[in-house]
Ligand binder design. Structure first.
Ligand SMILES: Nc1ncnc2c1ncn2[C@@H]1O[C@H](COP(=O)(O)OP(=O)(O)OP(=O)(O)O)[C@@H](O)[C@H]1O
Ligand SMILES: [Mg+2]
Length: 501
C-alpha cells in the first residue's frame, strides 16, 4: 500500500487491516476482477476503496497530464442508496487526504449544479446511485469512458431485478478492459452466476471459513412472536434496556416508520424517521442527527438496511419479520460492527411465522419457534436487561389537545400552564391503560386519520392482549387485523426507486 494512504488512515486510527482487506487488497491491486464477500461491518469499503485510490493517477503525479483526458473519472463505485453513496464517499475522502484524489458523490434528490460543476472541474473517483449516474452520463456530463476501476457495493442488490437494467446500462458506458469488483455480505449463487457475465476471470475472496455463520457472531439475536398492537409498548421497554446506546428500528413500510417515530417521540424518546417519502434534505438530516447523537433512535425502512455505518448502534429491532434472509442479515448488521457487540431483536407476527421459519432455516439459526412475547412478559425484561419497573413512556401522556383548544390556542396555553408549574386541567376524554399507564392518543388520532376504510374499534390500551383482549389471542382475529393493515399500507413499501432514484 502507498505510504500516503497508510498515513492518512493511521490518522483516523486505522492501522491493522481487517481480514477482507488483508486478503483482497494485494490481489485487487494487480487489476484482477473480484467478488469479495465478508460479513457486515468488517471493512469491505476500504478493501475496494484503498484499491481504487491506489490504482488511479492523481493530479499531483507526473503522469496525470499524460492521460487521454485528465480530470475524467477513473474509478466508479455504485451503491444502492444515496446515504450509502455519501458514506462511501466520505470514507474514500478520508483515505485520500494525502494521496489527493477528488471524490464526488452523484446522487438524486438534490440539485444538479454542484455535481455538474465538480465534473466540469475534474474528479478522479465518483461514488453514486444508479439513477442520477445514468442521467448525467446520458446528458454527456459524466464521462465513463475512462473508468479503470468499477465497484458494485452491495453487489447482490445492485444485480437484483430492481437495479439490474440501470446497472447494465452504466456498465455498457465503461471500457471493456476495466477492473470490476463486487462486494457484499450476502452473495447468492444465482447472483454470482449472473455477475460472471460482467466479470473476467474473477477471483473469489471470502473472509470467513466454510462453516461460519452469515450473521456476526458478536451480535446476540432474539426473536419474539408478538402482537402488532403491543409492539410500540415492547419497543418502548427495549429502549430502556441496560447499556443501550443508539437503536435502529426497521419497519416494512414508510408509513409505519413515520408513525412509530412519532409515537416514540411522543412517549419521550429521542426518535427520528428515515424513509423514501421524506425529501432528501430531511433524510440526510435524520441520519446526521443520529450520527451526532441528537437523536438516538432511528426508525427506518430498508433504505437504511444496507451498508450504513454508525458507531454505537447497540440494538437493532426488526419491527416486522424481514422479507427474506438477506434483508435480515443486512439490517441486523447495523449493530455489532468492526468487532463491537450488538443486540438484534426481531418481532414476528402470527401471520409471518412460516416466512420466519424459512429465514431461520436458511441462516441456520436456532429460533424456529419464537416465544410468544408481550410487553409484560418476564422473559423480555430478563433477556434484554430491562428494569421490571420500566413503563411504556418516559414522559406523561399528553392531554388530548382538541378537547382543550380554546380561541387562544389550546396547545400553547396548556404548555404555558405547564411551564408556570400549574397542573394542566384534567382531560376527561383521556383513557387509561389497565395498569395505570396513559393511552397514546395521538397514535389513535393518526390511525383514524390515515385510514379511510373503517376499522373495528381496537383498544390501544391492550398492553397485554392476552389479559385485556380475548380476541387478540385468537390467531384468526390477529390474522384478520394483519390483513387489514397490510391492505392499507400497500404502496408504502420500500422500492429500489425510493432508495436511489
Ligand atoms: N482496518 C480497520 N481498522 C479499524 N477499523 C476499520 C478498519 N477497516 C474498517 N474499519 C471500520 O469498520 C467499520 C465498518 O466498515 P465498513 O462500513 O467498510 O463495513 P462493511 O464490511 O462494508 O459492512 P456492510 O456489509 O454493512 O456494508 C467502519 O466504521 C470502518 O471505519
Ligand atoms: Mg459496506
Amino acid at each position: 500500500m502507498l505510504p500516503d494512504i497508510v498515513d492518512a488512515l493511521a490518522e483516523v486510527n486505522i492501522v491493522h487491516p481487517f481480514p477482507i482487506q488483508r486478503m483482497a487488497i494485494p490481489i485487487a491491486l494487480t487489476g484482477t476482477d473480484m467478488i469479495g464477500q465478508a460479513r457486515t461491518g468488517t471493512g469491505k469499503t476500504l478493501a475496494f476503496g484503498i484499491t481504487a485510490l491506489q490504482r488511479i493517477v492523481v493530479p499531483s503525479e507526473r503522469d496525470f497530464e499524460l492521460q487521454a483526458r485528465p480530470g475524467a473519472p477513473q474509478a466508479l463505485v455504485v451503491a444502492p442508496t444515496r446515504e450509502l453513496a455519501l458514506q462511501v464517499s466520505k470514507d474514500l475522502t478520508v483515505a485520500a487526504t494525502r494521496r489527493r484524489a477528488r471524490v464526488l458523490t452523484i446522487y438524486g434528490g438534490v440539485g444538479y449544479e454542484p455535481q455538474l460543476e465538480a465534473l466540469a472541474t475534474g474528479v478522479e473517483i465518483v461514488v453514486g446511485t444508479p439513477g442520477r449516474l445514468l442521467d448525467l452520463a446520458n446528458r454527456g456530463s459524466l464521462d465513463l469512458s475512462h473508468i479503470k476501476v468499477l465497484v458494485l457495493d452491495e453487489a447482490d442488490e445492485m444485480l437484483d431485478l430492481g437495479f439490474l437494467p440501470d446497472v447494465e446500462r452504466i456498465l455498457a458506458k465503461t471500457p471493456e478492459l476495466r477492473q470490476t469488483m463486487l462486494f457484499s455480505a450476502t452473495m447468492p449463487s444465482a447472483i454470482v452466476s449472473l455477475a460472471r457475465k460482467h466479470l473476467r476471470h474473477p477471483v473469489n475472496i471470502r473472509a470467513e471459513s466454510e462453516g461460519d455463520t452469515t450473521t456476526v457472531p458478536t451480535t446476540a439475536q432474539f426473536v419474539y412472536q408478538t402482537h402488532d398492537m403491543d409492539k410500540p409498548e415492547i419497543v418502548a421497554r427495549v429502549l430502556q434496556a441496560e447499556n443501550r446506546n443508539r437503536v435502529m428500528v426497521f419497519c416494512r413500510t414508510k408509513r409505519a416508520a413515520a408513525r412509530l417515530a412519532d409515537d416514540l417521540a411522543e412517549r419521550g424518546f429521542s426518535a427520528a424517521a428515515i424513509h423514501g417519502d421524506l425529501s432528501q434534505v430531511l433524510r440526510e438530516k435524520a441520519l446526521k442527527k443520529f450520527r451526532a447523537g441528537t437523536v438516538d433512535v432511528l426508525v427506518a425502512t430498508d433504505v437504511a438496511a444496507r451498508g450504513i455505518d454508525v458507531e454505537g448502534v447497540t440494538h437493532v429491532i426488526n419491527y416486522e419479520c424481514t422479507d427474506d434472509d438477506k434483508t435480515y442479515v443486512h439490517r441486523i448488521g447495523r449493530t455489532g460492527r468492526a468487532g463491537a457487540s450488538g443486540i438484534a431483536i426481531t418481532f414476528v407476527d402470527w401471520a409471518d411465522l412460516t416466512r420466519w421459519k424459512v429465514i431461520n432455516n436458511t441462516l441456520d439459526l436456532p429460533f424456529a419457534d419464537p416465544q410468544e412475547t408481550y410487553s409484560t412478559s418476564g422473559h423480555l425484561y430478563h433477556d434484554l436487561g430491562i428494569d421490571p419497573a420500566a413503563t411504556g413512556r418516559l414522559t406523561p401522556a399528553p392531554i388530548r389537545e382538541s378537547a382543550h383548544r380554546t380561541a387562544a390556542g389550546g396547545e400553547d396555553s396548556r404548555r404555558h400552564e405547564e411551564r408556570r408549574g400549574e397542573r394542566p386541567r384534567r382531560n376527561r376524554n383521556r383513557r387509561r391503560l389497565r395498569n395505570g399507564l396513559p393511552v397514546d392518543q395521538r397514535e389513535e388520532a393518526a390511525t383514524s386519520q390515515a385510514a379511510p376504510d373503517p376499522e373495528p374499534a381496537t383498544d390501544p390500551a391492550a398492553v397485554d392482549p392476552a389479559a385485556t383482549d380475548p380476541a387478540a389471542t385468537d390467531p384468526a382475529a390477529v390474522d384478520g387485523a394483519k390483513k387489514r393493515r397490510r391492505r392499507r399500507s400497500r404502496g408504502g413499501r420500500t422500492s429500489p426507486s425510493e432508495a436511489s432514484a
